[in-house]
Design a protein around this ligand. Structure first.
Ligand code: GLC
Length: 570
């Protein structure tokens, strides 16, 4: 690893001084950030797994889409037991994705196109193949190397039971027992996720120093910020107390990750000191770099703690993502979001899809729209989404989201209206949650299938060889990028227009005023000079006077039909 410890590094940072804003303009307050899932975006090598060179080749399409930044899910060295969220070297690129030179080329091309680049930082755990963990295993109990992680003796007569009753988010116990050098059973180590993802001990200053150096490595390399994985984890309550037993798998997997349970590993007060430390590191650098928290905590007022002025800049709004398509609930979560985040001086963010949840074009076609983080849907799930309804609502939901003040996150493929892939053979499924629950939970593979670029090309243009790490269904042809580009009414053109108008009207830095007089099933507000109406009910809503500049689907003789959003300028 090479660690440059100052902001005046001689590495070619390629940092975009000319990008949009002057220093201090806080571009992220209104930015639309597009999540690239590197395995599944574009594959230049043709081996069936996407790569950095593939991304670079396709970046122009994102500039044309009109987003401000890209966030790349992990492309670091990793045995890929959790699709790269198991990092074995934080300061290098995994050969399946390319090299550091490929990263530099991507960064330069992105900056040339006016796109900022955010990378994923995974500080709660590393891979069990990371040299730090390998050294800890070799060094044995009581060593400083073991203190980097959370090793504990077992309970029971001869330590045969885990140290406490915590569950892994992916199913099964959160502890794995080690074997001593002499072959006898040894201590246990904690992993809130897969057994190949040992949790760091963040009470150890050594861990703090490693992560400062990792931040600096990428800041020196010109990244514009970090999305911080499991930012509500890291610190565990002293003594690692048992949790109150809950009804096993279901609530653990779905709600446990959302942090609505009071558990001794999520949202501990002590975690905030870490982000204050990182805030100070980023502040040493010019160019307005950002930290975005993946903190699955509720209520929103709690999530807002991650974005107090001396901590992170943004936090994903998972409460918004998890809100059903019901107008009263959406009005409440929007109000609550704006209050909670602006209350601490941060922008609200908005997000509908990512690599951990059922794609919103399918989720919104499910009743009761609940297939949440990790759980996924598959061939024998009790609920099958109504595809047409889901897409119709997804378009309306996106048009609503992009009219809100603050910053928005898009997940690759949603601009194509891509559905979740449900009919995926078990043999292909790679998500550890599928394997750790013996298939009881389908997991997240269905939202991670490589995206289609061209309807008739091999692998729908994902590469030129036709290989694909997860099989793409035939129906992807109709969603292909080139099949939608320039086609009036396509989902891609809806996104493009919405993003262009959002920028033109300054929605991101705008303010929301609710409009009264519409029914319970209607969301109606003004952002600046634009009236935004989303009709979620059966009764048609009259289009207000003015020019309709955006409609998520065709209007019906002057009225807004069910599950349709319009933007109207007076
Ligand atoms: C986050 C990531 C998810 C990953 C988990 C463990 O929730 O988004 O994909 O599996 O952390 O790193």
């Amino acid at each position: 690893m090479s660690h440059e410890n100052t902001a005046t590094s001689t590495l070619p940072t390629g940092h975009p001084r000319e990008l949009a804003s002057a220093p201090g303009s806080e571009w992220w307050r209104s930015a639309v950030i597009y999540q690239i899932y590197p395995r599944s975006f574009a594959d230049a090598s043709g081996d069936g797994i996407g790569d950095l060179a593939g991304i670079t080749q396709r970046l122009e399409s994102l500039a044309n889409l009109g987003v401000d930044a890209v966030w790349l899910s992990p492309f670091f060295r990793s045995p890929q037991k959790d699709a790269g969220y198991d990092v074995s070297d934080y300061c290098n690129v995994d050969p399946i994705f390319g090299t550091l030179d490929d990263f530099d080329a991507l960064r330069d091309r992105a900056h040339e196109l006016g796109l900022r680049v955010i990378v994923d930082l995974v500080p709660n755990h590393c891979s069990s193949e990371h040299e730090w963990f390998q050294e800890a295993m070799a060094a044995g109990p009581g060593s400083p190397e073991r203190d980097r992680f959370i090793f504990r003796p077992g309970t029971g007569e001869s330590g045969e039971l885990p140290p406490n009753n915590w569950h892994s988010m992916f199913g099964g116990p959160a502890w794995t027992r080690t074997t001593n050098a002499d072959g006898t059973p040894g201590d246990w180590y904690l992993h809130l996720f897969d057994s190949t993802q040992p949790d760091f001990d963040w009470t150890n200053p050594w861990v703090w120093e490693q992560f400062r150096q990792i931040l600096r490595f990428w800041l020196d390399r010109g990244v514009d910020g970090f999305r911080v994985d499991v930012a509500h984890g890291l610190m565990k309550a002293e003594g690692l107390p048992d949790i109150d037993e809950v009804d096993e798998a279901d609530s653990e997997l779905a709600e446990g990750l959302m942090g609505s349970l009071e558990v001794p590993y999520w949202g501990q007060e002590t975690v905030h000191a870490v982000y204050r430390d990182w805030h100070a590191v980023l502040a040493e650098y010019e160019g307005d770099r950002v930290l975005c928290a993946e903190a699955w905590v509720e209520p929103l007022a709690k999530a807002a703690l991650w974005v107090r002025p001396d901590e992170m800049h943004q936090a994903f709004n998972f409460s918004y993502l998890a809100t059903p398509w019901l107008a009263p609930r959406l009005r409440d979560v929007i109000t609550e979001s704006l209050e909670a985040f602006t209350g601490v001086g941060a922008p609200s963010t908005w997000v509908l899809s990512n690599h951990d949840v059922v794609r919103h074009a399918s989720r919104l076609g499910l009743a009761p729209y609940s297939a949440g983080p990790v759980s996924g849907i598959g061939p024998s799930s009790p609920e099958k989404p109504d595809a047409a309804l889901g897409l119709h609502r997804a378009r309306a939901a996106t048009a609503l989201m992009l009219a809100l003040p603050g910053s928005a996150y898009l997940y690759q493929g949603e601009e194509l209206g891509l559905p979740e892939v449900i009919e995926l053979d078990d043999d292909y499924r790679q998500d550890p949650s599928f394997h750790r629950t013996a298939g009881e939970v389908y997991g997240r593979d269905g939202c991670r299938v490589p995206i289609p670029w061209e309807p008739d090309a091999p692998a729908f243009g994902f590469n030129t060889t036709g290989e694909s790490w997860l099989p793409q269904p035939e129906t992807f042809a109709q969603f292909a990028h080139s099949a939608q580009a320039g086609v009036e009414g396509s989902t891609l053109e809806l996104y493009r227009r919405a993003l262009a108008l959002r920028a033109e009207y300054g929605f991101g830095l705008g303010a929301l005023t609710w409009l009264e007089g519409y029914g319970d099933d209607v969301i109606a507000f003004r952002n600046g000079d634009v009236t935004v109406i989303a009709n979620l009910g059966d009764a048609p809503v009259e289009v207000p006077a003015g020019e309709v500049v955006l409609a998520s689907d065709p209007l019906d003789a002057g009225s807004i039909p069910r599950d349709t959003t319009v933007w109207v300028t007076a």
